[in-house]
Design a protein around this ligand. Structure first.
Ligand code: FE
Length: 227
């Protein structure tokens, strides 16, 4: 069996949020899809160890924020590589409370869908929640983020469709080394720099300031290895 075949499945990228009372939590997920239009339902798949899973089981409510293609890696890092058990994921995040009382993200989101759980399915490590859409809206014009696009950007392979893509010059100067984050897999590419922390293109890893952190998961330079 070649499990790489599974990597050929296409996905989007979403922030799924829920609440217990007025406590909020959310996480990044790539598994959201519409099941039926009458009634209008969607399904999501959430790891049973995640705090968001507990929240959804308790409230039977969830909301899906559809990320825009240009959403920053730091946002995905905050919701994807950190746990609501340790931090308040909504600190510094612009959000609104939907009709179901669950927050959705306003910035870097092009649409949201609110759902009430009708049924759930045990799928081993994950639980699949089938939700009936209770409200939804478009927040702004934009291209939705895909999982493939996110991985290209994280690997330092800025896709040609990205607004920050710069054609690489060949042989103009010596190639500086890429460094990879041992925690989340983000690759620092000196030719691209790190716009999110004001590091201009052409800055070598060695020249990054000491307080520079991984833009995805937030660990320091010492957690990086030469790629
Ligand atoms: Fe990282």
């Amino acid at each position: 069996m070649n499990t790489k075949a599974l990597h050929q499945i296409s996905y989007g990228l979403y922030i799924i949020t829920s609440r217990i009372g007025e406590r909020y939590n959310g996480q990044v997920a790539n598994t959201v899809f519409q099941i039926s239009s009458e009634p209008m339902t969607i399904a999501i798949s959430i790891n049973k160890n995640n705090l968001t899973n507990q929240f959804i089981n308790e409230s039977k409510l969830f909301t899906v924020s559809v990320l825009a293609q240009d959403a920053p890696l730091s946002l995905i890092g905050q919701f994807g590589f950190k746990s609501g058990k340790d931090i308040d994921k909504f600190a510094g995040i612009n959000y609104q409370i939907g009709k179901n009382g669950v927050p959705y993200l306003v910035d870097d989101t092009i649409a949201y869908l609110e759902a009430e759980v009708m049924q759930d399915v045990d799928a081993g490590t994950h639980q699949i929640f089938i939700g009936k859409i209770s409200d939804a809206d478009i927040l702004k014009e934009g291209v939705p983020m895909t999982y493939a696009h996110y991985h290209q950007v994280k690997r330092g392979e800025t896709p040609k469709t990205a607004p920050n893509y710069v054609e690489k010059s060949k042989g103009e100067h010596e190639k500086m080394d890429n460094y990879v984050c041992s925690v989340c897999g983000y690759v620092y590419d000196p030719e691209a720099g790190d716009e999110s922390q004001g590091v201009s293109p052409g800055t070598s890893f060695e020249d990054l300031p000491d307080d520079w952190v991984c833009p995805v998961c937030g660990v320091g330079k010492d957690q990086f290895e030469k790629n």
